[in-house]
Design a protein around this ligand. Structure first.
Ligand code: PA5
Length: 447
């Protein structure tokens, strides 16, 4: 499933040092396993794959099958935890450059007008199903995107057809989206109230889009279940990779390494890194504490960020996400002229070159004072992916508790929202609007 290799850390974190954190680690793991930790009303993700709702999963599969046969494109409208997990899965599993049926598109995760206008034009042809996903049902970006998309589709579809093409995934009882969906009679899926957005990929939030894209959600859940059992059964960081990863990153943080870079060596992992950044950033970054989660895509970023990682401020450590088996083998051909001097590589696969790039980079960065950890992923399939999702979720719960924060809330996300509502003139924010405008007059240029 997931192999953790920390061979490069041996000189930095001795076995003795690792032992010192063990009592804290065990306490955090017990708190999570027994439901006694901070934020324990948001532990619904913990047993999701161990005890899945089979009836709901069948309903997801049936709905996905219907959509696959009925429409040309499937649009996921959501932001943060309400779209990143599904996108990460689909982009990891799908063969590069292939055109899935239906085409998968994402909307509502920013406010760029040119993107929005271009996207809406796509809806003027063919058939579209929209899956609007918002746990709160009130998040501004997806709510605006949904209104725009609905308005566009309304111009060319009759109400009866449109009704079959909108699916709302939201809280089972609360929020604007739940009320709207029920009033309109759209199909709905519920996000369990005790599962936070960034932990929701194994609920209908992730499972429906992943199934619509044609992937095996049973295998995804099986991988997550096996990882869940491993994580919850063993208190030994030698056997439990999530506990070991949590311990190492905590010790590195406490030794002054305040940035963790997740470095990937395959473009299929790009959105996995985006999902990981959200999971770790929102779970740990609070109360003036927490590792800053960054990502690098290698070897691409060795030609941009590489210089900094090798030689810049020594505040970093690096976690490599290495895909052990690829699906294709691409062999470098022999050239009679050898004008590019590459014949020494002829007959070798691109994977073999990538592997040496990984090994060479790990060595160089380690020599440059960047502690290095590797997470090896067995292969590019649903089972491995499910295990990886759970592995990260369990790790961040433990790391957050070791840090002394509640890993399951996100109070900091509200600050910009409050300002934005006031500046946009949302009813109820009138006084705040005046106050903010005055402050902004003094500190920001008009554009
Ligand atoms: O992890 C979280 O809770 C957040 O990132 C949310 O997923 C994000 O803000 C979207 O929220 P909602 O699903 O309520 O629209």
């Amino acid at each position: 499933m997931i192999h953790l290799d920390d061979g490069f850390l041996r000189e930095i974190i001795s076995a003795k040092k690792l032992e010192t954190i063990r009592p804290r680690l065990e306490r955090a793991a017990q708190q999570v396993n027994r439901g006694e930790c901070a934020g324990n009303d948001f532990l619904g993700w913990r047993d999701l794959p161990i005890d899945p709702d089979r009836v709901e999963i069948e309903r997801i599969k049936q709905e996905a099958q219907r959509i696959r046969t009925e429409v040309d494109r499937f649009v996921v409208i959501g932001i943060g935890g309400s779209y990143l997990g599904a996108r990460a899965a689909i982009e990891f599993l799908i063969p590069p450059f292939s055109q899935p049926q239906p085409q998968m598109l994402y909307f509502g995760h920013h406010l760029g007008s040119d993107y929005g206008a271009g996207f809406l034009e796509l809806l003027d042809s063919g058939t579209t199903c929209i899956n609007v996903i918002s746990k709160s049902g009130t998040t501004t970006e997806p709510a605006i995107a949904f209104r725009l998309a609905l308005d566009r589709l309304n111009r060319r579809s009759d109400a009866k057809t449109l009704k079959k093409r909108i699916i709302a995934t939201t809280d089972p009882r609360h929020g604007h989206l739940r009320r709207l969906a029920e009033a309109q009679g759209w199909t709905t899926f519920a996000i369990p109230p005790d599962v936070g957005g960034r932990f929701s990929v194994l609920t209908p939030v992730g499972l429906l889009p992943i199934a619509v894209a044609g992937f095996d959600i049973d295998a995804l859940l099986a991988g997550a279940r096996d990882m869940a059992l491993l994580c919850q059964e063993s208190m030994d960081p030698g056997k439990n990779p999530a506990l070991r990863y949590a311990a190492l990153r905590t010790l590195l943080y406490e030794s002054g390494k305040h940035v963790e870079i997740l470095s990937t060596f395959d473009p299929a992992l790009h959105y996995m890194a985006e999902w990981w950044k959200q999971l770790f950033g929102e779970s740990e970054g609070k109360d003036g504490k927490g590792l800053f989660p960054a990502s690098a895509h290698l070897t691409t970023d060795l030609h941009s960020l590489g210089q900094y990682i090798q030689d810049g401020s020594r505040i970093l450590f690096e976690t490599f996400l290495w895909l052990e088996e690829t699906r294709e083998t691409l062999v470098i051909p022999e050239s009679t002229q050898d004008a590019d001097d590459l014949n020494y590589l002829a007959g070798r696969s691109l994977d073999a070159v990538n592997y040496q790039a990984y090994r060479g980079t790990a060595l160089a960065h380690s020599d440059g004072g960047v502690p290095v950890i590797t997470l090896g992923l067995k292969r590019r399939d649903e089972y491995t992916l499910g295990a990886l999702y759970y592995f990260f979720e369990y790790t961040v719960a433990i790391s957050g508790l070791l840090l002394g924060v509640n890993p399951f809330d996100q109070p900091g996300v509200e600050a910009y929202k409050k300002n934005m509502f006031a500046l946009l003139g949302k009813p109820g924010y009138e006084e705040e609007q005046k106050r903010l405008e005055k402050r902004l007059d003094r500190s920001i240029a008009d554009f």
